[in-house]
Structure formats: structure tokens, C-alpha cells
Design a protein around this ligand. Structure first.
Ligand code: URP
Ligand code: ZN
Ligand code: ZN
Length: 461
């Protein structure tokens, strides 16, 4: 059996960094040590002067997702290609149970989107939008089948689930060993503010941000945590952007409640002044929660460093400018919400975090690989550099600079959110289950090679 030996690098894990070679065979890591002797047919990769990282795990993606009258621009091929180039080797997407459907319908529909297209391994969270008796029965079946996490939206008219149903879902999922994630924003606050701004003729894209104030996110986060406490359930709060919400999560964790907070790379790179640009330009940055002030951003960095936030995801949900214009050219509230980020998470977290002394290398690995793997039942198969684990590995050049633009991005979106921004730190080689899918700027990941990963039960991090 031929092997791949990665030589001369510094292996970085969530626990520490050390010099060693990594030997991969049959899609797995088979040995970690020094002085490995290559045999006939073995491949050798040099990681001299570089880090060897576990492949990134992005637990928050929306590929080919119908939303707000359109569909996200990246599918399981283009989204996965961006992931590979950014050093991400596994993602968890959302399979939506739309009203009138069963949970089985949801996963069947999402497997159809991924089949023959996925280029990296993926899991599926099941997004519940309607609690029926069939759904109650199916929750434990889903967990047993490897869909061990669920998503609830506390906002968006087409998706919102009320508190009583959320409470029941938290209990059912927890009893089954799964985890519920919430999009925490107060539905009434944004609905009322949108109505007010539209009535006042405030229709330009820049009004999106004030229609979703930090207090709305804080209130819903606290409410979700209260419901999870009553249900004795673990909780995961996605895309946190506001200081007060993070403080509330930190306090709950101190009190022993198993809640995990995620932020996303766009909240760490941009600040609210992006909404002050001329004309329709602010539409590029429309996502929910919106991009916030420098004070909130500073609080995110502190929380990532101190452990109050545990995961950085992408919330990769790009919508083209053409679609933003078509759907919301005359009213900000109908512009589809979401931005790209799967290719950018690691380069920008490294550049803004590790390079600027805000994060250690170990913390970077924890936030982008090990913690998400543990929280969503992928560990120890994925998320670490572990003998017996999948050979999902990245040779990471800590100093390589990349200028992001439409020329470099692998996204199918018609604009690059990070256009003209440079990141320091890049994946020079990416291995997925031992296959070299990215090396020296050449992508080699045929559509369909990505596999669905069944996940086990939730672990607190
Ligand atoms: O604006 C966002 N975040 N769009 C994607 C859907 C969601 O809410 O996560
Ligand atoms: Zn959301
Ligand atoms: Zn999302």
C-alpha cells in the first residue's frame, strides 16, 4: 500500500505544537513520528518551515440553499473548492424541513444537492421549521442515522419557530443525544423596525443594520439559553456578533450550562462602516446579524482568546449582487441575507488573529477544527492530527500573502466580499482523506469525491 509522508513540518494541534512527520495511508493517518523511511511508491511532501494543521471544519454553510426568493450562489462543488483552497476539509450544511415536509424529506433533498457534486466530506444539520408528530418521532431516528444536530431559526418569517416548540425540540433532541443550534434574533424587533423604516421611506441597503440591533440578538440569545436550561439541553448559538450576547454565554458557561458560541469571519474582518458606502454598495454586506461596530468586534476577539467563544465558522451564504438588486433594489428588507466566507475563514483568522498576537496557533486550531469537530460529533475521526483519524491535513505557510479578489476566489458569486484585502497565512497543500486535493495552487478534487459523514452525539467544548 503506498503512503504519503509529510516531512519537516511543525504539527499544530489544539494542545500544542511539535516537530514530526505524518504518514498517511488508505485515507488515514497511520503514524506520527520522526525519521520515517520512504518505501517504493511512497509520496513525500515537504512541510519545511510550515505548519501541518488538521483540516478545517466549517460547521455553518448554506450551499445551494433556497432563501428569500433565490438560491445561494455556491453549490457543493464550488463551495467545496473554495473550502479546499482555504484549508477547510469538512463542512456541515443545513437540510431544511420546510413546512409540510418531514425530516426525512429534508435530508433526502439535501443529499440530492450533494450527490455527485461534493468535493469534500460533509455532514447535515436538520433545520426544523415546523414541529409535527411526525417530526417528534423522527428526531431520535435522525440522531441515530448520523444527523445529530438540528437548527432552529428564532427569526425570518418563513422559518421562525415559536418558543414553546423550541422548548420541546430542545428536550427531544437532548434526550436523543443531539444538539440544537439557534439563529438568535428577536423576530418582533426586526419586523417592527423594518415596518417603521419602510413606512418612513428608509429603503436603502444601509437601513438593514439598524433594523437588527444588538439588543435583538442579546435578547434572543438569553431566551434560547433560558429554554435550554429548562429543557436541560446543550445549546449552540450561531453567528454571534454582539458583546452583550457573548457576555451572557460566558456567564451561562461559568454557571455550568453547556452552551457553545460561534462567531463568523466577516464579523472579525469588517465593521459597520461598510454600510456607509455609497448607493447600493452596502448590499454586498447584508447578512443577519449585521456587521457591527469596532467595540463589538473587539469583544469578539477577546472572547475568542479567553474561551467565551469556541468556534469560528463562515455562515457561507453568498448571494449575487445581481440577485440582491433584482430582489431588493428598491427595499433593503427583501435583499437576501448572507455572505461568503468558507475560503476566507482560515487565512483571515490567521492574519488578523495569530499574526496580530490575538490568538495562539493552538487556539486557531481549536477554533477552526477541533472544537467544531467535538461539538458536532466528528471527533476523533476529524478535527485533529490523530493516528487512526482521517488524513484531512493542511500544510500551512504562515507567511504566504494572498490578495483576495474575483481573480483568486473559487466562489461562483459575482463579487468577492474580501476584494482587495490581503491575508497573511495560506494553505499550500490540502489533503482530504489522504488525497492531495490542492497543491501549489492546483486544485484536484473531482465532483462527487466528497462523502457524507455520519456524526455521533454532542460533546461540550
Ligand atoms: O445572513 C445570513 N446569516 N444568512 C444565512 C442564513 C442564516 O441566517 O444563517
Ligand atoms: Zn442565521
Ligand atoms: Zn447561516
Amino acid at each position: 500500500m503506498s503512503r504519503t509522508i509529510i516531512r519537516g513540518g511543525t504539527i499544530a494541534t489544539a494542545e500544542g505544537c511539535f516537530a514530526a512527520d505524518v504518514v498517511c495511508a488508505d485515507g488515514r493517518i497511520v503514524e506520527i513520528g520522526t525519521g520515517q523511511v520512504a518505501g517504493d511508491g511512497d509520496d513525500e511532501l515537504s512541510a519545511d518551515g510550515k505548519f501541518v494543521l488538521p483540516g478545517g471544519i466549517d460547521v455553518h454553510t448554506h450551499f445551494s440553499e433556497p432563501f428569500m426568493g433565490t438560491v445561494t450562489a455556491d453549490d457543493f462543488t464550488t463551495g467545496g473548492e473554495g473550502a479546499i483552497c482555504g484549508g477547510v476539509t469538512t463542512h456541515i450544511d443545513f437540510a431544511f424541513q420546510y413546512r409540510g415536509e418531514s425530516l426525512q424529506d429534508a435530508v433526502t433533498n439535501w443529499h440530492a444537492l450533494a450527490d455527485g457534486k461534493a468535493v469534500i466530506d460533509y455532514g447535515l444539520h436538520v433545520a426544523i421549521t415546523e414541529l409535527t408528530d411526525e417530526v417528534r418521532r423522527q428526531i431520535p431516528e435522525m440522531v441515530a442515522a448520523g444527523y445529530s444536530s438540528f437548527k432552529i431559526f428564532m427569526t425570518y418569517p418563513a422559518l421562525v419557530v415559536g418558543d414553546q416548540d423550541l422548548l420541546e425540540i430542545l428536550g427531544l433532541v437532548s434526550e436523543s443525544g443531539g444538539r440544537v443550534s439557534v439563529h438568535a434574533e428577536n423576530f418582533a424587533i426586526s419586523a417592527a423596525l423594518i415596518e417603521q423604516y419602510v413606512r418612513e421611506g428608509k429603503l436603502e441597503p444601509r437601513w438593514h443594520a439598524p433594523s437588527r440591533p444588538w439588543v435583538s440578538e442579546w435578547e434572543a440569545t438569553v431566551r434560547a439559553m433560558a429554554l435550554a436550561r429548562v429543557a436541560d439541553a446543550p445549546l449552540y448559538v450561531v453567528h454571534m456578533s454582539a458583546a452583550a450576547g457573548i457576555d451572557a454565554v460566558a456567564e451561562a458557561r461559568t454557571q455550568g450550562h453547556p452552551v457553545i458560541g460561534e462567531t463568523c469571519i466577516h464579523y472579525l474582518v469588517f465593521t459597520e462602516d461598510v454600510y456607509e458606502q455609497e448607493g447600493f454598495e452596502p448590499a454586498r454586506y447584508i447578512c443577519s446579524p449585521p456587521i457591527r461596530s469596532r467595540e463589538h468586534q473587539d469583544a469578539l476577539w477577546t472572547a475568542l482568546r479567553t474561551g467565551s467563544l469556541q468556534v469560528v465558522g463562515s455562515d457561507h451564504a453568498p448571494f449575487t449582487l445581481a440577485e440582491r438588486k433584482r430582489l431588493g433594489g428598491d427595499n433593503f428588507s427583501t435583499i437576501p441575507n448572507g455572505v461568503a466566507g468558507i475560503e476566507e475563514i482560515r487565512p483571515f483568522l490567521w492574519s488578523e488573529g495569530v499574526k496580530k498576537g490575538r490568538l495562539s496557533v493552538e487556539r486557531f486550531v481549536a477554533l477552526t477544527a477541533t472544537n467544531p469537530a467535538r461539538a458536532f460529533g466528528l471527533w476523533p475521526r476529524k478535527g485533529g492530527v490523530v493516528v487512526g483519524g482521517d488524513a484531512d491535513l493542511v500544510i500551512w505557510d504562515p507567511d504566504k500573502r494572498t490578495m483576495f479578489s474575483m481573480e483568486t476566489t473559487h466562489s461562483a458569486c459575482d463579487y468577492c466580499l474580501y476584494e482587495g484585502l490581503e491575508a497573511e497565512g495560506a494553505a499550500t497543500t490540502t489533503l482530504s482523506r489522504g488525497d492531495i486535493v490542492w497543491h501549489d495552487s492546483v486544485l484536484n478534487a473531482p465532483p462527487g469525491r466528497g462523502q457524507f459523514v455520519k456524526r455521533t452525539t454532542a460533546e461540550h467544548v
